[in-house]
Design a protein around this ligand. Structure first.
Ligand code: ADP
Length: 306
């Protein structure tokens, strides 16, 4: 049995007459990175706000370690650090001063922790700068530092890589992985960037139009969506014959005129293309593909809408 750290059951939130979250349940395993994915407007932030007791659900509840967030907010949310929407800082204070204020505000006396978290997010040598001089990536790291300052068991990040440049994205990804793997923090991230979630998440919850379409582990997505080689030729029929008879490849299918997908990966793309060319078949393109989270997402959301 999996041990769930966080469970959301039958959550519903309505604004005016519209259900922006409609009877959604979610299950976060202790110690994992959970990606709440889906397009803008899917209801991800609303879910996280209900989890953080910032928004009251019309129905349903969240529990953390079996205790209701809606009934026991203080007790449960002490275990949580979060960044929701744009993090606010005092721009004319330094990063360190902002963290000191946070400690005071939270009634957390352990100022030594500030050095540790600044080191963790690689801001230690610039902690004397005013926040107004920080880049977006630095502010995001400072926000994570603030969220983990009181040593939470759970970290909740709403769209943490929005607005970051590629270097910033890599840094935040590494930081999240380190907090999860080395410090054992359970992480929930919401994002509409599927390629990034594919690199980070252990499990994804796919949301669309206020509904939870599916919760699935990335491992299952990869197993169900094995890699294959796709070849575009000028003669699929003859190419099929070569694959079968000459290369002894049995698992392939012709999906349209000229396009073949090969599921038996015992021969490399290079071996296949040179065999085809040897028999005079034109190869327009050949590439290895993996049905990634992106493909899975479109497949499942289309099916659910059909
Ligand atoms: P996501 O985080 O997936 O982009 P949100 O949870 O932010 O989605 O929003 C879901 C829907 O709920 C959107 O259509 C949004 O406009 C609407 N919504 C969110 N908050 C409010 C609010 N306070 N009042 C009215 N509508 C809201």
């Amino acid at each position: 049995m999996k041990e769930y750290k966080i469970v959301g059951e039958h959550l519903t939130k309505q604004y005016k007459n519209r259900k922006v979250v409609n009877d959604v349940s979610m299950h976060v395993v202790n110690g994992e990175i959970y990606g709440l994915v889906g397009p803008n407007g899917a209801g991800k932030s609303t879910m996280l706000k209900m989890l953080l007791n910032l928004t009251k659900p019309d129905m349903g509840e969240f529990t953390i370690d079996g205790v209701s967030v809606q009934k026991n907010g203080y007790q449960t949310l002490r275990k949580v650090g979060a960044i929701i929407e744009n993090p606010y800082f005092y721009e004319q204070l330094t990063g360190r001063e902002n963290l000191e204020l946070h400690c005071e505000y939270m009634g957390y006396p352990n100022l030594e922790e500030i050095d540790k978290v600044l080191g963790l997010v690689s801001l230690k040598n610039i902690d004397g700068k005013h926040v107004s001089q920080y880049s977006i990536g630095m502010k995001q790291r400072l926000a994570i530092a603030r969220a983990i300052l009181t040593r939470p068991e759970i970290l909740i990040l709403d769209e943490p890589i929005n607005g970051l440049d590629p270097d910033g994205i890599i840094e935040i990804r590494r930081l999240i992985q380190e907090l999860n793997k080395e410090h054992g923090i359970t992480v929930i991230i919401s994002s509409h960037i599927l390629s990034e979630m594919e690199l980070l998440a252990d499990t994804v919850g796919i949301m669309k139009d206020g509904n939870m379409i599916q919760e699935i582990s990335m491992k299952d997505i990869h197993e169900q969506n094995a890699a294959y080689i796709e070849i575009e030729t000028d003669n699929a029929e003859k190419a099929g014959y070569i694959l079968n008879e000459i290369l002894q490849i049995k698992q392939f299918r012709v999906i349209s005129d000229g396009i073949i997908q090969v599921f038996d990966l015992s021969k490399s793309g290079k071996e296949i293309s040179s065999a085809l060319m040897k028999y005079g078949i034109g190869v327009e393109s050949i590439q290895k593909k993996q049905n990634s989270l992106e493909e899975f997402f479109f497949k499942t959301t289309r099916r659910s809408l059909a």
